[in-house]
Design a protein around this ligand. Structure first.
Ligand SMILES: *[C@@H]1O[C@H](CO)[C@@H](O)[C@H](O)[C@H]1NC(C)=O
Ligand SMILES: *[C@@H]1O[C@H](CO)[C@@H](O)[C@H](O)[C@H]1NC(C)=O
Length: 320
């Protein structure tokens, strides 16, 4: 009892006034709420929305209708109307056209001209971060069942991901698309064998897509809702024994990068955080970058155009 009293008096005599302390605690929890807006009382959709309702009145642009229905590489980029004129436009004008079939998936036609290949498959879904899982789950199913099962490889990327499709094709040539493959940047937590980062983009083989669309998609217990779409898809695939491939090169440099050039150069996270998040510890400085780089995330439209110019347009003169 005396101990309690002493502690109580100590608190009262504390140099930091109690109201200030309380205010600080409330403020910190508010900041935390801003960082992680997914409070448990949010009314989230946790069972798969009906595909018939989701696909009601989907618009397919003329440019998307003209794209090939078979080939080696199918690519879809998920975007939202807010980024149509910036990120999406740049992706369409740069790397997306180098896929055999490349298009945008979004929720409406706002700003998008008819020459842009896109479809509005998210028009009946909620545009919240927490519900991204439904976009991914439905996209993978939709691509295989409603667009085509006749591609070898299917890439999902974000509107701020830049992909060097030639390097992707070269790398995929060492895998067999009739076996289940799940290829991207391996994240470590939540799952024993990890999952592929959604932002760096990931590729599923035809066989992995088939298993997803014909078995996993229909089974709510194997393919459960997750507030992190990439973790959710990773768990779903793991339930069919499909695990992420190790994609670093012989020198341990990552082919798929989940952060931009400067962040990768500087080491992204502290080594303790990296230990928590990443399956392979990414390298730092210039030695982090492989000549076989396939994708990089958090790329602004400006950097995307600079990359496009330096990789495909600017010629280095051979005369001195
Ligand atoms: C498209 O969606 C955005 C955001 O959801 C909205 O602000 C905009 O008005 C919509 N545009 C059209 C043409 O429906
Ligand atoms: C959108 O969110 C609301 C509640 O926030 C929910 O009732 C509804 O089912 C969701 N719709 C879809 C298609 O996920």
């Amino acid at each position: 009892m005396r101990g309690f009293k002493a502690i109580f008096y100590r608190i009262l005599q504390h140099p930091v006034p109690i109201p200030l302390l309380i205010f600080t605690l409330i403020f910190i929890s508010y900041l935390n709420h801003l960082r992680y807006p997914s409070s448990p009382n949010l009314d989230l959709q946790t069972t798969t929305p009906s595909i018939r309702q989701v696909l009601k009145d989907v618009y397919i642009s003329p440019a998307a209708q003209k794209l090939p229905k078979r080939g080696l590489l199918f690519c879809f980029v998920t975007t939202i109307p807010r980024y149509h004129a910036t990120r999406a436009q740049t992706v369409v004008e740069t790397w997306l056209q180098r896929c055999d079939h490349g298009e945008l998936f979004t929720s409406n036609s706002s700003w998008l001209p008819e020459v842009v290949p896109y479809r509005t498959i998210y028009r009946n879904l909620n545009d919240t971060y927490e519900e991204l899982f439904w976009k991914s789950k439905i996209s993978l199913f939709y691509v295989f069942t409603h667009i085509s099962p006749n591609f070898d490889w299917y890439l999902k990327a974000d509107d701020d991901t830049y992909v060097i499709t030639e390097n992707l094709r070269a790398y995929l040539a060492s895998f067999d698309a009739s076996k289940p493959h799940y290829i991207g940047f391996r994240m470590k937590p939540y799952l024993k064998d990890g999952y592929n980062s959604g932002g760096a983009g990931y590729v599923l083989s035809r066989q992995a897509m088939r298993i997803f669309a014909e078995i996993l998609y229909y089974d709510e217990s194997l393919c459960k809702f997750n507030e992190f779409e990439d973790v959710g898809i990773g768990k779903c695939l793991a339930n069919a024994g499909i695990y992420p491939t190790i994609t670093s090169d012989v020198e341990g440099r990552q082919r798929f990068l989940p952060y931009d050039f400067q962040q990768v150069y500087e080491g992204m996270l502290s080594s303790k955080e990296a230990e928590y998040w990443f399956k392979e510890k990414p390298k730092k400085g210039n030695s982090a970058f492989t000549p076989d780089l396939i994708s990089i995330h958090h790329i602004t439209p400006d950097t995307m155009r600079a990359l496009e110019l330096s990789l495909y347009k600017i010629r280095i003169s051979s005369t001195t």
